[in-house]
Design a protein around this ligand. Structure first.
Ligand code: NAD
Length: 269
């Protein structure tokens, strides 16, 4: 361990169970000396095991629906009280598509579902950023990270409307990152992570095939949730102070690989 986050305070959204990327990140932040408030949607509190994580990391939990501005306002105010000052890091690890959940094909969307999924998966990031910004809640050189997937750049048929949500999410990081950098010296980035076996990930149709294909296409293999946590820590640390408005691939090289020998072998007669 490196004591990389000693004295730093944060808010971590999206730890549902021990597979969650946010869960692994919370554990690693704790190991690196950071303190934080854990938050998730009230419904996830009942389903998930977040209390166990809170006990393990000595954290408090504040329920908040990330699409609800009142919830976010309370979350930010209470977090500053609990942590005793401004926030140094925030992880937005939230995603959900109602169309995916209800088995609606991309060419047959229910637009109420589309709007809901967009609000949860993408606009919530803007809401989090705006609430932090208006409350002047972030410390100078603070860092905010959201999680994305490469379907924002390339078509993956079964990723459905989450592809559009991720494109929007990444755009918010650039657009808000400009103002947050200029005005407050705060970094805003997205990490584009390999497919990862979590509750959200497994919602994608044919996920097992998807994960095996990505692994075969990545020179370093798929990045795990724990490895994603490690990468996130570097972005929360003072070692990456001038990295902002980026979408950063954390995918074992998948995004720059045209084809791998292993995949080619499957087609050579
Ligand atoms: N698993 C993958 O393959 C993969 C790949 C790339 C990116 N991601 C992204 O990583 C992030 C974390 O997902 P995960 O894979 O750890 O799955 P997960 O299911 O463990 O986490 C998703 C979280 O979103 C929370 N959430 C849903 N609606 C919410 C709301 N209204 N308010 C607050 N929280 C809400 C859920 O309660 C859950 O904790 C997501 O943005 C996801 O799209 C996942």
């Amino acid at each position: 361990m490196y004591n990389l986050l000693k004295g730093k305070k944060g808010i971590i959204f999206g730890a549902l169970d021990e597979n969650s990327i946010a869960w692994k990140t919370a554990e690693r932040v704790h190991e690196e000396g950071g303190t934080f408030v854990l938050t998730n949607a009230p419904i996830a509190m009942r389903m998930g095991q977040i209390k166990e994580l809170a006990e393990k990391t000595g954290s408090e939990i504040i329920p908040a629906d990330a699409t609800n501005l009142d919830d976010l306002q309370t979350l930010v105010e209470k977090s500053m009280e609990i942590l005793g000052g401004k926030i140094d890091f925030v992880l937005h690890s939230i995603g959900m598509s109602v169309n995916v959940r209800k088995g609606r094909h991309y060419t047959d969307q229910n637009y109420d579902f589309t709007t809901k999924g967009w609000d949860v998966s993408a606009v919530s990031f803007h809401k989090v950023l705006q609430t932090l910004y208006k409350n002047d809640a972030m410390s100078e050189w603070g860092s905010i990270v959201a999680l994305s997937y490469m379907a924002a750049q390339r078509s993956f048929p079964d990723y459905n409307d989450m592809a559009d949500n991720k494109a929007y999410l990444e755009s918010i990081a650039r657009s808000f990152g400009y103002f947050y950098g200029k005005e407050k010296k705060v970094r805003v980035n997205t990490i584009s992570q390999s497919p990862t076996p979590t509750t959200a990930g497994q919602g994608v149709k044919g996920f097992d095939g998807f994960i095996a294909y990505a692994d075969m296409m990545s020179p370093l293999g798929n990045a795990t949730a724990s490895e994603c946590a490690d990468y996130t820590l570097t972005l929360f640390s003072d070692l990456t102070k001038k990295v902002t408005m980026q979408n950063l691939y954390h995918d074992g090289g998948f995004s720059n690989t045209g084809v791998s020998n292993e995949v080619m072998e499957k087609f050579i007669k």
